[in-house]
Design a protein around this ligand. Structure first.
Ligand SMILES: NC(=O)c1ccc[n+]([C@@H]2O[C@H](COP(=O)([O-])OP(=O)(O)OC[C@H]3O[C@@H](n4cnc5c(N)ncnc54)[C@H](OP(=O)(O)O)[C@@H]3O)[C@@H](O)[C@H]2O)c1
Length: 227
């Protein structure tokens, strides 16, 4: 049975599409939390705890999606080379792409149903795969997504003991036409998905996963991305 769904980052291109697609698939109620709406900030744990308290009123959620993320911000872009790396940009990437989602997992864990299927997924990126890194560059973003993948892996191992029916994974959405990817997309539309198409594909992937596949990273087309 589908219970409530909680979407963090529901103001984003993918977050909004995921929230709409989740609603259309019969989840309810759907909690749409976002910084823009004043609901929470990833760098403020108390605000994440408040989201958990609000969502708990609807009972155990059967879907939690973390659709937040940072790639460039305030004129700062991913590094092309290691000599461009700065401590504060590295720290900001970790704060938003790794630590914030980790705190969301911390505050969502007590809400999840102990029995019966539930799904927890965080949007990561293929470039967070260590074994897939053949180009270098984008050091802060890559490292923060690799850290996110590790946090989710650790949470999944815990859930296997405490919540055996829970699926907990990271997802690579592909290249999707959103604010985040706009400065980096190819000039042609080739290989670029709309947020709605990507959201539908990601929800289909999640529907097809079993708890035995928890802790891993999957792309929008269902293929597994190696760590
Ligand atoms: N688009 C792609 O091609 C692509 C490819 C690979 C991976 N991804 C991943 O997919 C995820 C979603 O990206 P998107 O393309 O949908 O980007 P987006 O449209 O820029 O959305 C990013 C979301 O993150 C939120 N956010 C950023 N900083 C925050 C903070 N401090 N506190 C709370 N929320 C914060 C934004 O909130 P505000 O609206 O308040 O700014 C927004 O809701 C990201 O993790 C990204 O790395 C995207």
């Amino acid at each position: 049975m589908k219970g409530s769904a909680i979407i963090f980052g529901a103001s984003g291109g993918l977050g909004a599409a995921l929230a709409d697609a989740t609603e259309a698939r019969g989840h309810g109620p759907v909690f749409r939390f976002s910084r823009s709406a004043g609901d929470f900030d990833l760098s403020d744990e108390a605000s994440i705890a408040r989201c958990a308290t609000r969502a708990a009123e609807a009972g155990p959620p059967t879907l939690v999606l973390i659709a937040t993320g940072l790639l460039s911000h305030g004129g700062r872009r991913p590094e092309r080379a290691i000599r461009e790396l700065t401590p504060d940009w590295l720290a900001e990437n970790f704060a938003i792409n790794s630590i914030g989602p980790a705190l969301i997992l911390k505050h969502m864990a007590p809400l999840l149903p102990r029995q019966g299927r539930s799904t927890v997924a965080a949007l990561s990126a293929r470039v967070g795969s260590i074994s897939d890194n053949r180009l270098g560059g984008w050091h802060s973003y890559r490292a923060s997504k690799a850290a996110l993948n590790m946090i989710v892996k650790g949470a999944a191992l815990e859930f296997a003991r405490t919540h055996p029916d829970t699926v907990c994974v990271t997802l690579h959405p592909g290249t999707v036409a959103t604010r985040l990817s706009a400065p980096f997309r190819p000039n042609t539309a080739d290989g670029v998905q709309s947020p709605l198409d990507a959201a539908a594909a990601l929800l289909d992937v999640l529907d097809g996963l079993t708890p035995a596949q928890s802790g891993r990273c999957f792309a929008w087309d269902g293929t597994e991305i190696p760590a």
